[in-house]
Design a binder for this molecule. Structure first.
Ligand code: PPS
Ligand code: ADP
Length: 207
């Protein structure tokens, strides 16, 4: 789908209550925490754990999970490269709106193509896009296989599965990398703590 605008004669409408006012109200700064990685790498687990940790600290977040968005906003999209690109573009636009609302928006999608993630980064002031890479080996993700999808992909029953017969392009310069140690992954609480520490250090958890 083209990203060029088809609308003409349109004007930006400003409001007296803007991002600074909302951020002051919430005592936090809006941003996008973009979690990328293979299926089964722990994206949703981190997103939920992070959201819970922020909630206990009185900070407002919202999780945009790839699987969930594909039940509604993105239900017309499949897994062809162009569909994934449109999936990421739409999610990036929604995430940008949530960040503008003053929320810490946590997007967890495979988002396998570097160019698509970089396009989302380009929608925001650079510091407000925090890319988190779930650097987990395919073998670990495949051994977890909570939905049985790797098994189906290996059997040729799902075509174009990320990591099997569709590429995953790891980030080159992500803000946060979640690493395993000999196939052992940090606990969800530890992973969330790593992100919270970053947000704190960069001043997102205060106004
Ligand atoms: N072909 C193929 N490749 C990868 N994943 C597949 C595929 N078909 C279905 N699924 C399921 O869809 C979930 C990924 O959706 P995303 O929107 O995150 O994917 S993408 O960012 O557009 O690539 C993904 O969820 P997670 O396992 O949570 O990553 C899978 O459950
Ligand atoms: N840090 C972790 N330690 C142990 N198991 C994990 C961890 N993170 C995720 N898991 C498990 O791995 C599986 C895949 O995690 P999930 O968050 O659904 O991955 P994704 O969203 O990337 O597909 C789930 O069964 C989950 O419980």
């Amino acid at each position: 789908m083209s990203t060029l605008s088809n609308s003409t004669n349109i004007f930006w409408q400003d409001c007296q209550v803007g991002r600074p006012e909302r951020q002051k109200l919430l005592n936090q700064k809006g941003c996008v925490v973009w979690i990328t990685g293979l299926s089964g790498s722990g994206k949703s687990t981190l997103a939920c754990s992070l959201s819970r940790e922020l909630y206990t600290r009185g900070k407002l977040s919202y999780v945009l999970d790839g699987d969930n968005l594909r039940h509604g906003l993105n239900k017309d999209l499949g897994f062809l490269p162009e569909d994934r690109t449109e999936n990421i573009r739409r999610t990036g636009e929604v995430a940008k709106l949530f960040a503008d609302a003053g929320l810490i928006c946590v997007a967890s999608l495979i988002s396998p193509y570097r160019r698509d993630r970089d396009s989302c980064r380009a929608m925001l002031p650079d510091a407000n896009f925090i890319e988190v890479y779930m650097n987990m080996p395919l073998e670990l993700c495949e051994s977890r296989d909570p939905k049985g999808l790797y098994k189906l992909a290996r059997a040729g029953k799902i075509k174009g599965f990320t990591g099997i017969d569709d590429p995953y392009e790891p980030p080159i310069n992500c803000e946060i990398e979640i690493k395993h140690d000999n196939g052992v992954c940090p606990t969800p609480t530890v992973m969330a703590g790593q992100v919270v520490t970053y947000l704190e250090k960069k001043g997102f958890l205060e106004h």
